[in-house]
Each structure stands twice: as C-alpha cells, then as structure tokens.
Design a protein around this ligand. Structure first.
Ligand SMILES: O=c1ccn([C@H]2C[C@H](O)[C@@H](COP(=O)(O)OP(=O)(O)OP(=O)(O)O)O2)c(=O)[nH]1
Ligand SMILES: [Mg+2]
Length: 160
C-alpha cells in the first residue's frame, strides 16, 4: 500500500514505507514543509550517560536508485536530553530493504535518557545523490588551496 499523503514532494513521487511493526505509527512529517519524517523507537530503553543503542524503528523503505535516506538527530532531544546519533547522518542506501535502525547515543555527562516505544527519536530525510564512477588517475589538477586544510587559513587557535 502506498499512502499519497506521505512524502508527496510535488513531483508525484512518494516515499514507500513498509511497516514491520503494525503497533507503531507511520513516520510522517510534523508539518507539511518539514524536511524529514520522524522515526519512532520500537522498544523501551534507558540509555546511561555515554551509552549507545542500535534502536529498531519498525519500518523499511524502498528508495529509487539515485536517492539516499539520511537519518538525522532531532534538535529538541539533543538540546533537552543530549540524545544524538553516533553516525549522524546515517546513510540508508537506495537498495536497502531491511529495517531502519538508529545508532542512538546519550551525550549527556550525567543524566540517563529514557526512551519509550513510540517516541520520535530521529528524522529521515530523502535526497537525490550522484552516483559517480570511480576512475583512478596519477595526477590531480592544481588549485589555489592545494593541499591546505584543517585550519590552513588560520584563526582557529581561539574561538572568539
Ligand atoms: O543509520 C543507519 C545507517 C544505515 N542503516 C542501514 C541502511 C544502509 O543501507 C545499511 C548500510 O549502512 P552503511 O553503508 O552506512 O554501513 P556499513 O557499515 O558500510 O555497512 P555495509 O557494509 O552493509 O554497507 O545500513 C540504517 O538502518 N541506519
Ligand atoms: Mg556501506
């Protein structure tokens, strides 16, 4: 089943989501113009400070080739509780048909994070992605920047 109200992007394309857990709500946008649909925790969990959990979300998706799913943290949970994602943003390949899982981490130094089944713990964005062929070369063209990086333009010794 495809829900026309989920992921409609103005071009008639939809985000095809399969619920693996009928007891969880379908991931949807909180507002029509939001970039991501919110993913739900499938199980209760208490995360001690500094601890991680690979949280199942009870959903799988089917993206067309040329798109990628990106699993981002939610800013409210980050600000309020220190909850983040170890590999943010997580990469969901177009060919992946397994359950989406979120590698959550409690970055708060002191307080545990309590997650209940059904909580919206992350958001899934879908973007177009270029699939480049890989070609090995002996030389790279010269540029102004050259090999300078990691602070080569200065000003990073102080934050002010
Ligand atoms: O936050 C994430 C990130 C990835 N995945 C799934 C979908 C993705 O297509 C697959 C592989 O992810 P990735 O390529 O980032 O991990 P890997 O360590 O390189 O695994 P693999 O060897 O399977 O590619 O895992 C998730 O469910 N959640
Ligand atoms: Mg990989």
């Amino acid at each position: 089943m495809v829900s026309g109200s989920v992921g409609a992007n103005g071009t008639g394309e939809v985000l095809r989501i399969r619920r693996l857990d009928a007891g969880l709500p379908l991931p949807v946008r909180a507002h029509a113009a939001d970039a991501g649909v919110d993913l739900h925790a499938a199980v209760d969990c208490e995360l001690a400070p500094g601890h991680r959990v690979l949280m199942p979300t009870g959903v799988a998706i089917a993206l067309p080739v040329g798109y990628v799913g990106l699993v981002h943290p939610r800013s409210g949970l980050a600000a309020r509780a220190g909850l983040s994602i170890v590999n943010a943003p997580g990469t969901v390949d177009a060919g992946y048909r397994g359950e989406i899982k979120v590698n959550l981490i409690n970055l708060d130094p002191a307080e545990p994070v309590r997650i209940a089944r059904g909580d919206r713990i992350a958001q899934l964005l879908v973007q177009r992605v270029e699939l480049w062929d890989v070609v090995e070369v002996d030389d790279l063209d010269e540029t102004d920047r050259g090999e300078g990086g990691h602070g080569s333009t200065g000003g990073h010794h102080r934050l002010s």
